[in-house]
Design a protein around this ligand. Structure first.
Ligand SMILES: [Zn+2]
Length: 368
């Protein structure tokens, strides 16, 4: 070991110089240490800010996760190995080993506000078309390959459905539907931005991990009445069912319309009551098992009150889930401000849980 210090035989000048040299060296060491700590501190602050921003985007508050950019930042990029796919099919493989994603209501509400900002989305109008484009972009960000299918309304206008398919482990398919149009003068936050937002959040979850059944998300155009004729509604869903191939009909295990899930004290499942009721029974059983109070309400009158109608009439197990009553639906007060986030979350997580919980036996039971 070597001790530093004045060596025997040094002159006073040499000793003074040696002391000065040691002093300068000590100062330099101190400065270096200080710089290191400043650098470490600054790095820590930058990391904390980045983590904070990412967490805020992932969780929320109400609408902070808006837009494809936000969701892309919180989600691993979809790989393309499962791009088997006919048009409209998702590219994401999403292996079963991934943990089941959770329904993030803040992101769904961001989608609702994007539709609300477009304004009243009359069937066959420009705003409905812009709503469809916005939904398509968000589906692409979720890893899907959405397809837009146009159809003619009796008044000569053109409306459209946006369809995105998430292949599962079987060709048996659960169809989830939500209509994009709104009834003037309503900007349609609850009716039915809420259903569209829930389906988009479910798309983001399915982009991360697929369900056992294949899931087809359909954003319907022209659900609302377009004139005084009481039968002039549900055009998107009627067109979709009419357009189904024999194979698609055979594989359609069930259809759930998600329509108005953002407001009201009563959580209900509704059908016309004249088609197969197996999906309604499955939903009620699943709700009971999860401690959710879900009651049954039959649509009054001859026609269904949402997009499940055409499916039920075609003999496909179909049901509509809804929170009710919303006193401001079809009015200009149907804005995102009156939505109750917890309602959207309960309904969205419920549907997602039903999809992820569905196995071959459950699909078999639906067919009976
Ligand atoms: Zn509606």
């Amino acid at each position: 070991m070597t001790k530093r210090g004045p060596q025997p035989g040094q002159s006073p000048e040499q000793r003074a110089q040696e002391l000065k040299r040691r002093h300068v060296e000590a100062r330099r060491r101190q400065t270096r240490r200080r710089r290191t700590w400043v650098a470490v501190g600054a790095t820590a602050i930058v990391l904390a800010v980045v983590a904070g921003v990412l967490t805020a985007r992932a969780l929320g508050p109400w609408g902070s996760g808006r837009g494809p950019a936000a969701s892309a930042a919180t989600r691993p990029a979809a790989s393309s190995s499962a791009a088997s796919a006919s048009a409209g099919e998702a590219a994401s493989p999403a292996t079963q080993s991934e943990p089941k994603p959770t329904f993030v209501v803040g992101r769904a509400l961001g989608d609702v506000r994007a539709l609300e900002d477009i304004g009243v989305r009359r069937a066959g109008g420009g705003a409905e078309k812009r709503g469809a484009a916005s939904i398509s972009r968000r589906l692409v960000a979720a890893g899907a390959k959405p397809e837009t299918r146009t159809f003619r309304l009796p008044n000569g206008k053109t409306s459209r459905n946006v369809v995105a398919r998430f292949p599962g482990s079987t060709r048996k398919t659960i169809i989830l539907g939500a209509h994009m149009d709104s009834k003037a003068p309503s900007p349609g936050a609850n009716d039915n931005g809420s259903g569209c937002g829930a389906l988009l959040e479910i798309a983001r979850c399915l982009g991360q991990r697929h369900a056992y059944p294949t899931v087809e998300l359909v954003f319907f155009g022209a659900e609302e009445m377009i004139d005084a004729d009481p039968d002039h509604h549900h055009f998107g869903s009627r067109y979709y069912v009419k357009d189904m191939s024999a194979g698609a009909r055979k594989n359609a295990a069930g259809m759930i319309s998600v329509d108005m899930i953002g407001y009201g004290p009563h959580f209900v499942v509704r059908t016309m009551g004249n088609g197969p009721q197996s999906l309604r029974r499955l939903l009620m059983r699943q709700a009971r098992e999860r401690g959710i109070h879900l009651s049954y309400l039959r649509d009054p009158g001859e026609s269904g009150w949402s997009d499940h109608e055409a499916f039920e009439l075609a003999g496909i197990p179909a049901a509509w889930i809804e929170w009710r009553d919303d006193p401001v639906y079809h009015t200009s007060a149907d804005t995102s401000g009156h939505l109750v986030a917890a309602k959207v979350r309960i309904a969205g997580q419920f549907v997602l849980g039903v999809l992820y919980g569905m196995d071959a036996a459950a699909l078999e039971r639906l067919a009976r």
